[in-house]
Design a protein around this ligand. Sequence first.
Ligand SMILES: [Zn+2]
Length: 487
Amino acid sequence: MSNLDYKILIGLEIHVQLCTKSKMFCGCALSFGEAPNSRVCPVCMGMPGVLPVMNKQAYEYAVLTALALNCKIAEFTKWDRKSYYYPDLPKNYQISQYDLPLGSNGFIEIPLESGETKKIRIRRTHLEEDAGKNLHSAGNFSQVDLNRAGTPLLEIVTEPDMNSAAEVRQLAEELQRIVRYLGVSEADMQKGHMRFEPNVNLIITRGGSEFKTPIAEIKNLNSFRALEKSIDYEIHRQLDEFLETGKTMEMGNKTTRGWDDVKEETVLQREKEEAHDYRYFPDPDLVPVEIKEDRLREIAACLCELPLKKQMRYITEYKLTAYDAGVLTAERSTAEFFEQAVAAGGEPKRICNLLAQTGLKLANEKGCTVCELGVTPQNLAELTKMASDGEISASAAATIFEKMAQTAQQPRIIAKELNLIQKSDAGELEAIVAQVVTDNPKAVADAREGGKKCEKAKNFLLGQVMQKTKGRANPKVVSDILALKLS
Ligand SMILES: [Zn+2]
């Protein structure tokens, strides 16, 4: 086996639920957790004689996302019926876009472990409606809940440009960040707002020949963990199958598999599925969609700086670590708050530390965003300036931040109230240093002598001064005075 080598190819289909007020083709509100069949109407129940009407907001959200993914936007698209029979699909067809997707030929950039980025091509993005849900929890029969039927879904299809499960996860997480930044989806995994279908195959070279394993599409994954695990499993399964049976693409180029989350393995569902099985044809009930150039420009004006670009900029512009930049850009509201505090004259690194270590923790406890803590960007900027100037210590800054979140008061007022202003008055500190020097002749001798004991003795003397001032002396000023006294 020493001359065996293989390359992993993975493409991904993602369904993102858009956060519109109403469903894709009727006025029913989107639903999560309501009583079954309480958010339905004749349109989404598929009654005869009803007419669907396109949700304009869903369409514009889809266009905005396609623009963020660098797609070419189709000036003209239409709606097609994808026919199949299933109890949760009352019309026996799903309204989708077949040959004229609204977006095509784009790309998404994803961060890699190495700190570099990689471009993954986007083949197409299109809109469609979700199906209902079959419930199997009621004994010997199944029930159908149509609350979800007709929910707008944006489907995004990538080219098979990813070469590991980790890369696929990166893409999924990056896409989550993007749609949240754009405000087009809550992208809440727990609520099924993002669902994934990776297709995986291997190109194996052995003894100078190349073999392709059949593409396996893994259906309906709804967590990042399942996405990554199922792909890793599938890579090894395909390699084993090839080594055992020599099965390659010529013997059936595509299979559909499911993921068993308990056994942690993929299970064969169908051998083959072709587009013509769905008998796609244009929906006669819906008018095609045309988008004018000026409207497209208006939508494009809603694009914000995308999270990865922001993250990279924070690293170069503010000299933050990749980790810190990632924490700040995880949510748009945090990033914008950070930028406002920087614009107000705060020190980026200190703002970052206060937000990452104190602000986000508090926000998490309260279940809100950092902007909703009651701390203004101006007050945060002021707080970091006080720390930079040595008026307060770094730990005092965190204490003051917490207090600001409770009282919305200015940092200087809180610092005075809590007695956290450091003593920087050289005259006052000089007397204390002089006293410490007199009281500790042994340490002073060690400090003057130099060598191994010197640093330890200096720190001891500094500690004595801090103790006498109850930790409120500015260490920089004390060190300077001490250095003079010891010279
Ligand atoms: Zn409805």
